[in-house]
Structures are given as structure tokens and as C-alpha cells.
Design a protein around this ligand. Sequence first.
Ligand SMILES: Nc1ncnc2c1ncn2[C@@H]1O[C@H](COP(=O)(O)OP(=O)(O)OP(=O)(O)O)[C@@H](O)[C@H]1O
Length: 362
Amino acid sequence: MTGLLLKDIRKSYGAVDVIHGIDLDIKEGEFVVFVGPSGCGKSTLLRMIAGLEEITGGDMFIDGERVNDVPPSKRGIAMVFQSYALYPHMTVYDNMAFGMRIARESKEEIDRRVRGAADMLQLTPYLDRLPKALSGGQRQRVAIGRAICRNPKVFLFDEPLSNLDAALRVATRIEIAKLSERMSDTTMIYVTHDQVEAMTLADRIVVLSAGHIEQVGAPLELYERPANLFVARFIGSPAMNVIPATITATGQQTAVSLAGGKSVTLDVPTNASENGKTASFGVRPEDLRVTEADDFLFEGTVSIVEALGEVTLLYIEGLVENEPIIAKMPGIARVGRGDKVRFTADKAKLHLFDTNGQSYRA
Ligand SMILES: Nc1ncnc2c1ncn2[C@@H]1O[C@H](COP(=O)(O)OP(=O)(O)OP(=O)(O)O)[C@@H](O)[C@H]1O
């Protein structure tokens, strides 16, 4: 069992607290992705797991062993960095073999592992090349190969794809997904601020903000049932539309009056004590549909049409001042600038958050 257990993990730089007490249980073989806005502490947390940053408070266990004071090389982890960190004067083969040579593995074992990793990552034709003769994507695959050769119990990735262009990013992401399938017993922890990477690679996503956890869950769980407004807005692109509302009736269903005056009933239960309170109503751009019917959700004027081919984004004015509602229509929408349009959405796709931003569904 090579799980990880983080208990009330804290980090301060002098008087500045940057990680405020993280509790997290990561199972063996799990692929966990840390996401969050810049500066929220993703890298710091990963570096503490790696042993590259001292832990200020709390306990960290790898494989049941408390590792707070165990040096990086003894933790059974391998880390892949954004910058590849390859030795420029060594061939691909030597870069991958380096760690094992230091560990005094036999020549046969080194060769077996290097060739195995190269095969897995389609690097065999490049084994004799120097890093400078490789593309960015190939270099990152060498860095991943070097990590595989170390036979780690836990694999850490710190934004490994952010130096790659869009096409290479996709290809390397798929490579990493395949790798995690092949190495299904190896625990992987991955830091990114790319939503697509998080959604496609993770078994579970940990959403961080300002040094604490906002929510942990499977990708679609976070998408469909965000626990709070922060997660609701962070997961999904374009972000969820949020409209100020007032609760006008409570019970198994809840009625709200949206800014602009429209009344909407949601399949969300609320207590009687919530009646009259201000709330935030949420609906994702992709859950909105154009309707001609009278029981529409809201109505507004289209101010911008962005036709992207596969989807059309409509910016609708008229509900919240200076904050257009965005609707994402499939394909090419037959809607023009200046059109007055009514929108509706399935009841199950509507979200409601309390004054503190917590979901009423949670
Ligand atoms: N050596 C340091 N001294 C003081 N503060 C630091 C130090 N290193 C990081 N921080 C602060 O800790 C916080 C977390 O930084 P961290 O790099 O972990 O964020 P991040 O979520 O990985 O951000 P990004 O996505 O921009 O890389 C930031 O506010 C940062 O300014």
C-alpha cells in the first residue's frame, strides 16, 4: 500500500502562512490533480510531499511511514518539473540512467529499465541524442522516462506540460494518461492550472484556494455538484453564470427572484429559515437553451456573438449590469447581435448558493 496521508499540513515562510492545514488521503494507484489559481499553494504542497520544502506543521505519511524528516531521496518519489531539468551534456540514455548509476544498479538492470521506459514513451529512436536535438515534447518525455526508471512509489508532476505548444500538450497529456494506466499501482500527483488536464487525467481533483482545500472529488462530481461558488466558477469554461437572487419560498423546492425580477423555482431543498435571504443563482453557459416558450428562465439582448464553429458563445445583456450572461450553443447558432432572446435550462442543471457561497445541494 503506497498511499499518502496528509494530516493538518501547514507551511509558513517566516510570518506568512501559505498552507493553512491540509487533510488529504490519497490511495495507492490514485491519480490526484491539484488545481487552483496562481499563488494558492499547489506547488508548495507538492514540494512538501517531495521533501523539497520543509513542513512547518502537521504530519505527512507515505506508505504508512511518517516522512516529515525523511530526505527526498529516501521517500520513494520521482518528480517531473515544468523545466524538464535534463543534463544538457548527456544523451537521452544517460539522462535516464543517471539516477540508477548513482544508486549503483547493475548495468543489465539499468539497460532493462531505460529501454523499457523508452519503449513506453516512444523514445527508442532518440536514445543517443543530446537534449538540445529534441523537441520540447520529446524532452519532457525523457524527463518522464527518467522518473519511470527510478521505479517510484509516488510520481509527482509539477505543471509538466506548460512549456509545450497546444498540439504537443495534447499529445503529451495522452501519453501521461496511458502511462498512468500502465503503471496502475503507482500513485500520481499532478499540479496544473489547466482545467482540461485536470478533468481528463484525474481520478480525483483537489481544488485549492489561498492555502486551503475548497473541494475534493471526481472531475464530474465537481462539475455537476460544486460545493461552493468558488469551485462552481473555477471548474468549467466559460465559467458558470452567477446571478444575484432572493429566496422567496422554501421547502423541497426553492423559489427565487432573480436580479431583474424574474421568478424561478429550483429542485433544491431549503429550510424555512432561508426565506428572504439573498443567494446566488448559477447556471452553466452550456446548460442554457434558446426557447420561444413562456416559461423561460430569463430574457436578454445579445451583445456579442462569438462563432467558434463547434460552438457559438452568446453574450447576453440585460440581467446584471455590466455582467453579461454567457450562453454556449452547439454548432452555429442562428442568433444575431441585437436579437432579444429567451433562455431556458433543465431544472436539474440549476444551482443555488447561500449568502456565504455554499451550495444548498451539498
Ligand atoms: N520562498 C518563499 N517565500 C515567501 N513566500 C513564498 C515562497 N515561496 C512561495 N511563496 C508564496 O506561497 C504562496 C504559494 O505559492 P505556490 O508557488 O505554491 O503557488 P502555486 O499555486 O503553485 O502558484 P502558481 O500556479 O503561480 O505556480 C504564494 O503566495 C507565494 O507567494
